[in-house]
Design a protein around this ligand. Structure first.
Ligand SMILES: [Zn+2]
Length: 442
C-alpha cells in the first residue's frame, strides 16, 4: 500500500521534460503496444487479467486504485529493479485484490505455486503499487509469488521458481536490468520512506526464499563461499545445510518454526555466539537487541547481499551494517564470498551523515503546480569512518501522476532534481545518501 499524496484539485497538463527524452530506449510508445496481451517469454503459461484502474471516491479526483499509468522507460522513468514478493494469500485472492480499486495495491505479475502459471495484471510500462515505497515503485517491476512466508519451501515450488526465473530473465533482458542481487531485490530490502514508515514495511518473501537456487535458474549464479581478504563480502550461506533458528509470533506468543534451510545469517554485537543480536532502532526503539522472530529483520543479512568488512576476529567478521559494526560467524569457506563494488564513506569533517529511503528531488526542482515529495531523513545516520557499498548513483527524480482515464501522457511529469544520491547496501535494506555527503574511496 502506498500513501496517496493529495495534490491541489487543479487540472494539470504538463508535458514531460524534453531533457529526459535521451533516456528513451527502443521500446514502442504505450499507445502502440497491445493493451491486453501478456508480456511474457514465449512458451511460459501466462495470461493477462487487468488490475483495477478506477476512481474510488467521485468527490476526490485523487482517490483511485490500483496503479499509475506511465510510459516507462520512454518518459525517462527507467525500470532499474525487479522486486520479488510473496502474496501471503492464495493466487486467486491476490489477483482479486489487485482487481479491486479500493485495495490501492497491485503487482505487475502473480505466479501460482502449484504449477507456475503467471498472471500479468499491470503492464510493465505502468507503475504498480507493490513496494510500499513510491520511488522504488517508479523504478521497478513487482512479481508476487503465491505463498505464506512462514510456511517457506512448501509454497516456493520448483515449478514456481522456474516460471519466475524465466520471466525475470525475459524482463531483465528487455529492460537491461543486471541479474545481480543489487537489482533483483526482495520486498524486505525496500526501505521505508519516513522514519515512522520503516517498521511497517513488509518482510517478504522472507527467510525461506532460496536465492542461490533462484540465481542458478537465472543463469547468474551467486559466488560460492571462499576465503578472502577483500574489503567487500557477499553473504552466501548454504540453503540446504545452514539451519538458523526462527520463530513465528502473534503478540508475545511465539512458536519455533521447523528447522529448515534459509537465506539467513545472524549478526551479533560482539564476535561471539552468545553476544546479543544487533537491534534496529525502527523495530527496537528502546535499544533492545534484535530477535529471531521471523518478522524481526534487525540482525539478518541475507543470501546475495554484500557489505563492507569492518574488522575480523578469529573466525568472526564484522561488517558495517545500519550505522554500526555487526559480527557474523564466518568460518573459512562457509557463509561469505569475496564481493566487489564502490566503497563510500562520509566526507572528512562530517561527524555523521543522514540516510534516506528514497531519491526524491530537492523542493526547488518542482514546478509550482506539482507538490514536492518530502525528503525526510530516516532514523539512521552513518558516523564518520564507516564504509558502505555504493550500488547506484544518479539524479533524484519523482514521477508525478494523477488518475488519467484517457491515458494522456501529458498528465504525467517526471521531475528531475540537481540533487545526486548514492544508493547503498545499508542494513537488511537498501538506502540512499547524498552524493555531496560522501567520498567514493574506489
Ligand atoms: Zn511484498
Amino acid at each position: 500500500m502506498v500513501p496517496r499524496r493529495r495534490p491541489p484539485a487543479v487540472t494539470l497538463l504538463v508535458t514531460a521534460a524534453a531533457a529526459v527524452a535521451m533516456l528513451i530506449g527502443s521500446e514502442p510508445s504505450a499507445a502502440a503496444r497491445p493493451a491486453h496481451e501478456a508480456e511474457c517469454p514465449v512458451g511460459l503459461a501466462c495470461r493477462f487479467a487487468p488490475a483495477a484502474y478506477a476512481r474510488t471516491d467521485p468527490s476526490d479526483p485523487d482517490a483511485y486504485g490500483d496503479y499509475d499509468r506511465a510510459d516507462r522507460p520512454r518518459d525517462g522513468d527507467d525500470i532499474r529493479y525487479i522486486v520479488i514478493h510473496d502474496t501471503e494469500e492464495s493466487y486467486d485472492s491476490a489477483i482479486a485484490r489487485f482487481q479491486d480499486p479500493h485495495s490501492g495495491v497491485s503487482a505487475h505479475y502473480v505466479i501460482r505455486s502449484s504449477d507456475g502459471q503467471v498472471t500479468q495484471l499491470v503492464h510493465t510500462w505502468d507503475i504498480a503499487h507493490h513496494a510500499g515505497n513510491y520511488w522504488f515503485n517508479m523504478h521497478s517491476l513487482g512479481i508476487e509469488h503465491e505463498g505464506v512466508l512462514v510456511d517457506g519451501a512448501r509454497w516456493y515450488t520448483e515449478a514456481m521458481y522456474q516460471a519466475s526465473a524465466r520471466l525475470v530473465r525475459y524482463l531483465a533482458a528487455r529492460y537491461h536490468i543486471p541479474l545481480d542481487r543489487e537489482h533483483i531485490l526482495s520486498h524486505e530490502e525496500i526501505p521505508g520512506l519516513t522514519p515512522g514508515g520503516v517498521a511497517g514495511m513488509h518482510y517478504d518473501p522472507g527467510p525461506y526464499w532460496d536465492w542461490a537456487h533462484y540465481f542458478d535458474l537465472l543463469g547468474a549464479p551467486l559466488p560460492t563461499a571462499g576465503v578472502s581478504a577483500a574489503p567487500v563480502l557477499t553473504i552466501v550461506p548454504r540453503f540446504d545445510i545452514d539451519i538458523e533458528p526462527l520463530r513465528s509470533c502473534v503478540g508475545e506468543a511465539c512458536t519455533d518454526l521447523p528447522p529448515q534451510g534459509s537465506n539467513v545469517v545472524y549478526l551479533h554485537t560482539e564476535p561471539r555466539a552468545d553476544a546479543p543480536l544487533v537491534g534496529d532502532p525502527a523495530l527496537h526503539p528502546d535499544g533492545s537487541p534484535g530477535t529471531t522472530r521471523v518478522a524481526d529483520w534487525s540482525a539478518r543479512a541475507v543470501t546475495g547481499q554484500s557489505f563492507v568488512v569492518a574488522g575480523r576476529s578469529g573466525e568472526w567478521t564484522a561488517i558495517w551494517f545500519g550505522g554500526r559494526p555487526a559480527w557474523l560467524d564466518d568460518p573459512p569457506g562457509r557463509v561469505s564470498a569475496p564481493g566487489h563494488g564502490a566503497l563510500i564513506t562520509p566526507r572528512p569533517g562530517r561527524s555523521a551523515i543522514p540516510v534516506y529511503g528514497a531519491a526524491y528531488p530537492e523542493d526547488s526542482a518542482y514546478p509550482p503546480t506539482i507538490p514536492a515529495a518530502a525528503v525526510v531523513p530516516l532514523r539512521y545516520t552513518i558516523p564518520a569512518g564507516q564504509v558502505y557499498l555504493g550500488v547506484e548513483r544518479g539524479f533524484a527524480d519523482y514521477y508525478y501522476a494523477r488518475f488519467d482515464s484517457a491515458d494522456a501522457q501529458d498528465n504525467h511529469t517526471l521531475v528531475v532534481g540537481d540533487r545526486r544520491l548514492v544508493e547503498i547496501s545499508f542494513n537488511h535494506r537498501r538506502a540512499f545518501v547524498d552524493a555531496a555527503d560522501v567520498l567514493i574511496l574506489r
